[in-house]
Ligand binder design. Structure first.
Ligand SMILES: NC(=O)c1ccc[n+]([C@@H]2O[C@H](COP(=O)([O-])OP(=O)(O)OC[C@H]3O[C@@H](n4cnc5c(N)ncnc54)[C@H](OP(=O)(O)O)[C@@H]3O)[C@@H](O)[C@H]2O)c1
Length: 250
C-alpha cells in the first residue's frame, strides 16, 4: 500500500453500494489506499484494484472487530474516510427467516435481535474499535449507513418494526458518539446517511412499489455520497442526510 495515512475504510464491503464506493474511491483518489472489511472475499474487485485495496475478512463478532482494530493500530493506519455500510432488512436464510414485520403479531424475539445486531450493534462496535484509528487533523468523516425509515418523525406508515427501530437506535448511538468525539477529536464528523432506494439485494423484494426514476444505481449513490462527504461543513459534528444532501428529520 502506498501510504498508511489518510486511508479510507469501507466496512460491510459486500454491500453493492460499498462496492460502488470502493470503485469510485479508487478512481477519484488513487493515491490513498482503501481497506475493506466483509464476511466474504471479493477476488474480482481485489484483482481490479491491485495493491491499493486491502481486503480483510470479519465475521462481525466483537472479537473479530476488536482484533482487526488492534491489527490496524499496530500498523499505524489512520483513516480520513470511514464508511460503515452494514444493514439487514430481510433474510430467508436466517433462523427464523427474517421479513420486515407488517403487524405486531409478526414480531419474533430472534428476528428483533438479529436486526438490532446487524443494524445497530455491529456498526457501533466498529466505531468503538476505530476511534483510535481516526486520522488527526481536519476533515475526517465517518459515514454510517442509516435509513429514512429510521426517522421517528417521518414514520407515517408504520410496519418494518425491527428495521425502523434498529436504524433509529443507530442514529441515537451515533448522536452520542458525535458529542463524545467532538470533545476529544473535534475534527471528526459523523454522517448518518440515507442512500435512497437503491438497486441492491436489500431492496430487491420491495422494488415494485418504487416510482419510476426513484430506484438508484449503487454507482449514482456512491458518487453522491463522495460528493457530500467532500463538501461536509466543519459543523455540526453530526448530520442525518439523504443522497441529495438534504437533512432527514430525526
Ligand atoms: N438499498 C436500499 O434501498 C437502502 C435504503 C436505505 C438504507 N440502506 C442501507 O444501506 C446500507 C447498504 O445496504 P445495501 O443496499 O448495499 O445492501 P446489500 O448489498 O444487501 O449489503 C448488505 C450489507 O449488510 C451487511 N450485512 C448483511 N447481513 C449482516 C449481518 N447479519 N450482520 C452484519 N452485517 C450484515 C453486509 O456485509 P458483508 O460485507 O459482510 O456482506 C453488507 O455490508 C445498509 O445499511 C442499508 O440498511 C439501503
Amino acid at each position: 500500500m502506498s501510504t498508511l495515512q489518510n486511508a479510507s475504510l469501507v466496512v460491510g464491503a459486500g454491500s453493492k453500494i460499498a462496492q460502488a464506493l470502493i470503485a469510485e474511491l479508487a478512481d477519484s483518489d488513487s493515491e490513498h489506499p482503501v481497506v475493506a472489511v466483509s464476511r466474504t472475499a471479493n477476488p474480482e474487485l481485489s484483482q481490479r484494484m491491485g495493491s491499493n485495496l486491502r481486503w480483510l475478512i470479519s465475521d462481525y463478532s466483537e472479537q473479530s472487530i476488536n482484533d482487526i482494530g488492534r491489527l490496524l493500530q499496530q500498523e499505524a493506519v489512520h483513516f480520513k474516510r470511514v464508511f460503515i455500510c452494514n444493514g439487514l432488512l430481510h433474510g430467508a436464510e436466517l433462523q427464523p427467516a427474517l421479513q420486515p414485520e407488517k403487524r405486531l403479531e409478526d414480531l419474533l424475539e430472534q428476528n428483533m435481535l438479529q436486526s438490532f445486531t446487524a443494524n445497530t450493534v455491529v456498526p457501533m462496535l466498529w466505531l468503538k474499535a476505530l476511534k483510535p484509528l481516526l486520522a488527526n487533523g481536519d476533515d475526517v468523516v465517518v459515514t454510517v449507513f442509516s435509513a429514512r425509515v429510521g426517522s421517528i418523525a417521518d414514520n407515517h406508515k408504520g410496519g418494518w418494526y425491527s428495521y425502523r427501530a434498529a436504524k433509529a437506535a443507530l442514529n441515537m448511538y451515533l448522536k452520542s458518539a458525535a458529542i463524545e468525539l467532538n470533545r476529544v477529536r473535534p475534527s471528526v464528523r459523523i454522517l448518518a446517511f440515507h442512500p435512497g432506494t437503491t438497486d441492491t439485494p436489500l431492496s430487491e423484494p420491495f422494488q415494485k412499489s418504487v416510482p419510476e426514476g426513484k430506484l438508484f444505481t449503487p454507482r449514482f449513490v456512491a458518487e453522491q455520497l463522495l460528493s457530500i462527504v467532500a463538501n461536509l461543513p466543519a459543523e455540526p459534528a453530526m448530520q442525518f442526510l439523504d443522497w441529495d444532501a438534504k437533512q432527514v428529520d430525526w
